[in-house]
Design a protein around this ligand. Structure first.
Ligand SMILES: C[S@@+](CC[C@H](N)C(=O)[O-])C[C@H]1O[C@@H](n2cnc3c(N)ncnc32)[C@H](O)[C@@H]1O
Length: 224
């Protein structure tokens, strides 16, 4: 099924993003964590520890989880936790045809709580993937994009290798700008938006966008 390119009246980085990010860095994010998310988090950490607590990969907003399988195979000495809030999507994780890797688990949780619970527990992932997050292209929805969300400083504080991909270049430019603002001298190099080309899509959205002829963009950094 063809997908339309993102349309937005925004033509560059949102003019309020920098102020929003500065506010989020300066103000502790105190929204209470729900019991549901805490139990889901605990279960996933039990699964990770049962596997010997190897270096951790977060596949955040994993949808049906196809990318989690790919990452688990690509990094056999790591453990992948695929997190999504949609029970329906997680239940449809039937897109993987190869042998089932054992170094992964899935958890249904809201990332806004999950990321904060990880930080509270002092668990720092080796790698974080944010693959095709909901773009929220309306100008008024900037605070719903991860870089404009109050949880963004937590993502950065968790650190490690961080990669975000999107078919909307402005999303990736904003993500990079917010990383440069929050992490400053903790990055291996300045975060930037780069074109991403592949013949081997690892998520259903990536596959759909490629099939529809969209350009793909990504930002990847190592946070010290
Ligand atoms: C556009 S889809 C991309 C799914 C997958 N990464 C892919 O590329 O096929 C975005 C996903 O993020 C999930 N998501 C959005 N907000 C979330 C949140 N606060 N907590 C957990 N998952 C969330 C949605 O349920 C959805 O599956």
């Amino acid at each position: 099924m063809n997908s339309s390119p993102i349309t937005s009246s925004q033509t560059g980085i949102h003019e309020q993003l920098s102020a929003l990010v500065a506010r989020h860095v300066a103000t502790p994010f105190r929204k209470p964590v729900t019991d549901y998310n805490r139990s889901a988090f605990d279960r996933s950490i039990v699964a990770w520890r049962a596997a010997g607590a190897p270096p951790l990969i977060l596949d955040t907003g994993c949808g049906v989880g196809l990318s989690s399988y790919h990452l688990a195979v690509q990094f056999p000495d790591h453990f992948v936790i695929g997190i999504d809030q949609s029970e329906d999507r997680l239940a449809r994780n039937t897109h993987w045809n190869g042998p089932e890797p054992l170094n992964l688990c899935f958890v249904r949780a809201d990332l806004v709580d999950y990321w904060r619970l990880l930080l509270e527990a002092g668990i720092f992932p080796a790698r974080q993937y944010l693959l095709y997050p909901n773009p929220w292209p309306k100008i008024g929805h900037v605070a719903r994009r991860w870089q404009g969300h109050a949880v963004f400083p937590t993502i950065v504080a968790l650190g490690g290798y961080i990669e975000c991909r999107s078919n909307w270049q402005i999303y990736i430019e904003e993500f990079a700008a917010a990383l440069n603002q929050v992490a400053q001298d903790k990055l291996d190099r300045a975060a930037a938006s780069e074109a991403y080309a592949t013949d081997a899509p690892i998520t259903p959205f990536e596959r759909k966008y490629l099939a529809s002829g969209h350009s793909l963009w990504r930002c990847r950094v190592q946070v010290r």
